[in-house]
Design a protein around this ligand. Structure first.
Ligand code: DP6
Length: 319
């Protein structure tokens, strides 16, 4: 009745931004991401104790965080459980741990309940904790298919390219601002859906970009995937800038990095950004240029740069 699972976070190159069903966490559009090693979250679930107990990075979970974990547990069993979760990356990495956290929780909760490994069922379960978590069950490049069913049975992620498909790909997480973001992804995307006049164009465009992004990754074409990632990030942010009230996740330092990447490219260094709902860019480059890109990011004032490569599948590490 006890199992431990480990999962990597992921960075979307075609973003998920907006739900068509808030309760089931069903998106308006498909999205595509790469998992990030060596970053990971390891979670142990033990069923059959007196009451639900949830600890995250050594602290008891509270409020909405606790509610979301318990809600996922109830989708697996009607019994209380003890959950102990640890990430190997600090908040200062500038990356949300919720995708890896809910992916590891989904895998561990099912394994501890004696259910066999089933990536579709795990992805569907992880999705109901946090949408982007459905893309962290398998490694490499995953697509979350939006699906059309009202009950969400066809809304889950599939692995499209394995982690070792493009070993030279590098993803550098650059922490340029430590300010806590004022609007969480969940609220930011809701406001875009409800108030942005650009929202419909966003969903149509993102859906069309998914196969193009996959083709560029399949071809290991850094320029092509870099340009798609930048365009898609700009369009996600533009959708929210047009919301009412307007929502801007970018900081002056973010724009400095973006401008500097354009300069690097003019000097022959391939480096392209993507940006989630926060100020800290993730920069795509290759192994040959990784050191030069890292040095440039540090010079621009990044307080930490975490070097990542495509990560593998979520694993059950102990049963
Ligand atoms: C900008 O998956 O954190 O990172 O489903 O409400 O939990 P909820 O949202 P979440 O949103 C991720 C938004 C994003 C883009 C992405 O990862 O695709």
């Amino acid at each position: 009745m006890k199992a431990t699972a480990t999962a990597h976070p992921n960075i979307a190159l075609v973003k998920y931004w907006g739900k068509r069903d808030e309760a089931l966490i069903l998106p308006h559009q498909s999205s595509l991401s790469v998992t990030l090693a060596p970053l990971s979250v390891t979670t142990t679930v033990e069923w059959g104790i007196g009451r639900d107990e949830v600890s995250i990075n050594g602290e008891p979970a509270r409020g909405s965080e606790l509610d979301r974990v318990v809600a996922m547990l109830r989708l697996v069993r009607s019994q209380p459980a003890r959950v102990v979760s640890h990430g190997n990356f600090p908040k200062a990495a500038g990356l949300a741990s919720s995708a890896a956290g809910f992916a590891a929780l989904a895998v561990a909760a099912r394994a501890a309940a004696g259910l066999p490994r089933d990536v579709r069922a795990e992805s569907t379960l992880a999705r109901q904790g946090s949408g982007s978590a459905c893309r962290s069950i398998q490694g490499g490049v995953c697509i979350w298919h939006r699906g059309t069913a009202t009950d969400g049975v066809d809304s889950y992620a599939t692995q499209e390219l394995k982690a070792d498909h493009w070993p030279e790909l590098r993803l550098l997480v650059a922490m340029v601002s430590r300010e806590e973001k004022e609007v969480k992804s969940r609220d930011g995307m809701r406001s875009a859906v409800e108030t942005s006049p650009y929202y419909e164009a966003w969903t149509r465009d993102a859906e069309e970009e998914v196969p193009r992004a996959l083709a560029a990754l399949y071809a290991k074409d850094l320029k092509a995937i870099g340009e798609i990632a930048e365009k898609n990030a700009w369009r996600m942010h533009a959708t929210s800038l047009a919301a009412d009230p307007p929502l801007c996740y970018l900081k002056p330092q973010t724009l400095e990095v973006i401008a500097a990447l354009q300069g690097l490219r003019r000097d022959g260094v391939p480096a392209y950004f993507t940006l989630d709902a926060g100020p800290n860019p993730v920069v795509l480059t290759d192994a040959k240029h990784e050191a030069a890109v890292e040095a440039a990011l540090v010079k621009l004032g990044a307080s930490s740069v975490v070097r990542c490569v495509p990560g593998g599948d979520a694993t059950v590490t102990f049963e």
